[in-house]
Design a protein around this ligand. Structure first.
Ligand code: 13P
Ligand code: ZN
Length: 285
């Protein structure tokens, strides 16, 4: 089978394009990876060239040894993926101890996988453990309102989870375990990969202060959907904060507990401690 005919590759391309249409991927901003199922990789084996060299990742993910990943290229633009997929995306295989990769398909004309590949691999590694192996997609984007909020919300999982859950009802349904945050760091290397994975052991969504957002999920729809919900909630909060009006009411902890009960959700109660209600009068400047 030709790689571009595979359903998972088609879905990957469509997911990347949908992110572009949302405005989340200026220039080469953001990256996407998919941990292929064994049968998906086996079906495409004839189209792979495994003769290339191994490139060290700078991190090790033993539980992902020998796995294949669809991934966007570094300095590639999401806007071009649909038109020229083989130039802009590729398939990478991890080595037998999960410490290095080689490109086996795509990323033609000498392109390389995203500079955040170490973070993607580490995030896959911890999400696989957290979900008993069901997690497959990691998406990274630069949504404007999420980045804007990182200037005014404290860098803590509590502050972010509380604010987003209060912004709209669906948020606690979509991410009842909350979202993690890491403070600003240099991107594109093993240090931010390790810091991210430490948070993504607990959270399927992670904010990078003054940079963007990572989401993990079992498939493209649920991963994109979680990102979409967080971006929308961030937009609501920015609009509310920018209105200059005092917030009169928002969703309170009891409401969140009631939703969790009604929908049988694994709400992380610890994130409700030290509740910081949005419905406080704005402090005068
Ligand atoms: P890449 O072009 O290497 O994927 O980098 C984009 C990005 O968003 C860095 O965080
Ligand atoms: Zn980025």
């Amino acid at each position: 089978m030709a790689v571009l005919d595979a359903q998972c590759v088609q879905d990957f391309i469509q997911c990347a394009h949908n992110g572009w249409l949302q405005g989340w991927h200026e220039r080469n901003g953001g990256n996407l990876s998919y941990r292929m199922k064994a049968e998906e990789a086996a079906e495409l084996q004839g189209a792979f060239d495994e003769s290339g060299e191994w490139t060290p990742l700078g991190v090790t993910a033993e539980n992902l040894a020998n796995e294949y990943f669809l991934v966007t290229g570094t300095n590639r633009y999401f806007q071009n993926i649909k038109q020229k997929p083989a130039e802009n995306i590729g398939i990478c295989k991890l080595n037998a101890d999960g410490s290095a990769y080689k490109v086996v398909w795509g990323l033609t004309v000498g392109h390389k996988p995203t500079s955040e590949f170490a973070t993607h691999v580490m995030n896959h590694s911890v999400r696989v453990k957290a979900t008993n192996g069901t997690s497959r997609v990691i998406s990274h984007a630069h949504p404007t309102d999420v980045i804007a909020l990182t200037f005014i919300l404290e860098n803590s999982a509590k502050a972010w989870s509380q604010a987003l859950w209060q912004a709209m009802t669906e948020c606690v349904v979509i991410f009842p375990q909350g979202v993690g945050v890491i403070e600003w760091m240099v991107c594109g290397g093993p240090d931010i990969a390790r810091a991210s994975a430490q948070e993504m052991e607990k959270y399927a969504a992670l904010i990078w202060a003054q940079h963007g957002l990572f989401c993990a999920g079992d498939d493209f729809d649920s991963t994109f959907g979680m990102m979409h919900a967080i971006v929308k909630a961030a937009e609501i909060l920015i609009k509310v904060f920018s209105s200059g009006k005092p917030v009169l009411q928002s969703i309170e902890p009891e409401g969140l507990r009631d939703i969790a009960k009604a929908f049988n959700l694994p709400l992380d109660e610890s994130l409700l401690e030290d509740w910081d209600s949005l419905a406080l009068p704005l402090l005068p400047f």
